[in-house]
Design a protein around this ligand. Sequence first.
Ligand code: PEP
Length: 230
Amino acid sequence: MSNLIVANFKMHGSHAFIEDWFTNFNQNKTSSHDVVVALPASYIAAFRNYGIVLSGQNVSAYESGAFTSQISAEMLKDSGADYCIIGHSEAREQLNESNESIREKFDQLKRMQINPIVCVGESLQVKETEKTKDHLRNQLSVLDSETEDLIVAYEPIWAIGTGLVPTEKEIDEAIGSIREIFKKPIKVLYGGSVKASNAQILLDNTDINGLLVGGASLNAQEFAKIAQLC
Ligand code: PEP
């Protein structure tokens, strides 16, 4: 299985910033991994022909209709997205997303042949009360255990944007409990304070199939370094 390295720009950037980033990244990468960039939805169409696979950061749970402010899976596909992040902890918290709505989003994406990247992860409180495994099982319980080609991103909330990274043992325990839910082989990415300086250690020493990179991905050269690690 080749590693998947995903950049999550969150709500950062501008047309000029992204153009510069793509030029810079293309000059610096000699990537042996599959690379995907999750742009703010408003920029996906403009960058569809830059030779980089694009992802949305969220999608509507509905097909179409009176859902002001939302973007459908069909619109994402039409704009040029091949992947879409769903269930990111920021969206779960800020937009009050439930596991059930994430399942609806998953189905909408699959219907449009967009690869969902399903984010899961525990808060510090859940970690400290040793309920991580139950929490992950609960978040993923809405997905069919027979799902093919599933991509899950394990992102402990306490590691996102904080500079804190779980130990390799903690990552492998969480990932083991995710894999055990599904009957088919799945891709599990790790996300949370990944940088060029820790990416290789994470890829080498844990049972992950790639990385989801937030803050550090905004620097094209730093992200190119991560994308070219083996
Ligand atoms: C994220 O938000 O998906 C993420 C992994 O962020 P960061 O790399 O900044 O911790």
